[in-house]
Design a binder for this molecule. Sequence first.
Ligand SMILES: C[S@@+](CC[C@H](N)C(=O)[O-])C[C@H]1O[C@@H](n2cnc3c(N)ncnc32)[C@H](O)[C@@H]1O
Length: 269
Amino acid sequence: MPQDFDLYERELWAGRAPSYERGFARLTQYMVGPLLDAAGVGGGTRLLDVGTGPGIVSAAAIRRGAEVSALDADPEMAETARKNVPGLDVRVAVLPDVPFEDAAFGAVAGNFVINHVGAPDLALAALRRVLRPAGWLALSCWAMPAAAGVLTAVREAIDEAGVPVPDDIPESPFMEYGEPAAFRRLVMEAGFTDVSVEEMTWEHVVDPEYWWETGALSKVGTNGVIIGRQDAATVARIKVAYDGVITRYATPDGKIALPAHALLASAAR
Ligand SMILES: C[S@@+](CC[C@H](N)C(=O)[O-])C[C@H]1O[C@@H](n2cnc3c(N)ncnc32)[C@H](O)[C@@H]1O
C-alpha cells in the first residue's frame, strides 16, 4: 500500500542534502533566473524562497539586492542553505505551514517544490496569505508526463532491467497539475489573479558517469529510492541499461545532453 505522500517526502529528503547539491541542484539552477524574473524580484524586494534546498534561489535573489527569508521541510537542507548563504534567515517548516505573518512579503518563489507537497491547494493558499496585496508568486515544477530525458533516462533503465516500481511508493498529488492548463487552474482556484504558466525547455549537459552517480546511485528522488533498494547485481543490470539509454543523448565530447521540460507559473496576489 502506498505510504502517506508527505511522510514519504520527509524520508525521501532526509540525508540527501549533499548529493542533491552535487547533482540535481545543477539542473534546477537553470530555472532560478526566470523564476526570480517572474516574481519581479529586484533590489529591495522582500522575498520568501520556499523549499529552498541548498539555497540557490535565495543566493541569486540576494545578488539582485533582495531581502530574503527561506524555508525548507528538511533540517539538513535548511542547514545547507544557511552554510551556502551566510546570514540567510532559514526556517524549517513543512508547507502548508508558513511561519510568517500575513502580508509579510512582496514576492514568494519556489523552485521545484510545489510538486513535492502533499496538498498543493493548501500550500498555495498559505503562500497567498503571506504575500502583500499586488505581491507576486512564482513557482516552477516539472512538466508531466515527464518528457524524455532528464527525468526519464534513469527510469527507462530501471524499466529495461525489469525492476518494478515498488507499490508502496506514492505518486505525487501534484502529478495531475503538471500541464499548463491544470497548473493555471490550480493557482487561480487559490485566489490568485493574472495567472500565467510558461513552458520552459533546456538541455542539461552533464558527464554520464556523474549523472549516474548523482542522479541514480545517490538515492535522490524516486529513481534513487528504487535503485537504493536493489542488490548489487540488479544495480549493475540497471547500469548496463542506462549505458544503452544514454547513447541517444550523447554529445561529440563524451557528455550527454538531457532534455528538460518544466512549467513556470506566475501570479499576483
Ligand atoms: C527539488 S528540491 C528544490 C530545491 C531548490 N529550490 C532548488 O531549486 O534546487 C525540493 C526541496 O523542497 C523541500 N520540500 C519538499 N516538500 C516540502 C514541503 N512540504 N514544505 C517545504 N519544503 C519542502 C525539500 O526538502 C527540498 O529541499
